[in-house]
Write a protein that binds this ligand. Structure first.
Ligand SMILES: [Zn+2]
Length: 174
């Protein structure tokens, strides 16, 4: 796209140069006027090409800036991801929980696993309690998770099937 524009401008400049050179060899006013008018049309053409290149260049600069911004966001999110680990907070209920890193300025919290995989950091917020347990909601994708109450789990153990263990991050370790 830009290459074609540059080629058009360069060939326009060559045509204009040749026309200016040719003006000297013309001996009648009529011939000079006619060549001048052709030359003007070549210059107007050149001007249009240059304006179009200028506008495309601005678009390219804008998209370069947008890409740089996006790259910084991705790099920063990838770095931040290492502060979280996949955790089963209730049978078959997964979140990404903040690792304990001695940073007291950030209270421990859970991220929505759905949004996490879409590269969005969305903190799960407490929504309400019921007989089943505590319900948390992701305000970004609107998904809801439930941390089942111990009493509910013990009376509905068969609903969750046999388990081999929850590991150190699992609900069985709590
Ligand atoms: Zn979400």
């Amino acid at each position: 796209m830009a290459i074609a524009e540059i080629t058009a401008v360069l060939s326009g400049i060559k045509i204009a140069k040749d026309m200016v050179k040719g003006l000297a060899s013309l001996d009648s006013d009529i011939a000079i006027k006619s060549k001048s008018s052709e030359l003007l049309s070549v210059i107007v053409d050149l001007q249009e090409h240059i304006l179009s290149m200028q506008s495309k260049y601005s678009e390219l600069l804008q998209s370069e800036n947008d890409l740089k911004k996006k790259l910084v966001e991705i790099e920063s999110w990838n770095k931040e991801k290492s502060n979280y680990e996949l955790t089963e907070i209730s049978p078959s209920v997964f979140v990404f929980s903040s690792k304990e890193c001695g940073d007291s300025s950030s209270p421990s919290h859970w991220l929505c696993a759905n949004c996490y995989h879409d590269d969005h950091k969305s903190i799960l917020q407490f929504n309400y309690s019921s007989g089943v347990g505590s319900h948390y909601i992701c305000h970004k994708c609107k998904s809801e998770i439930c941390v089942h109450a111990k009493e509910y789990l013990s009376s509905h153990r068969e609903d969750f099937g046999p388990r081999s263990g929850g590991g150190t991050n699992g609900w069985m370790a709590r």
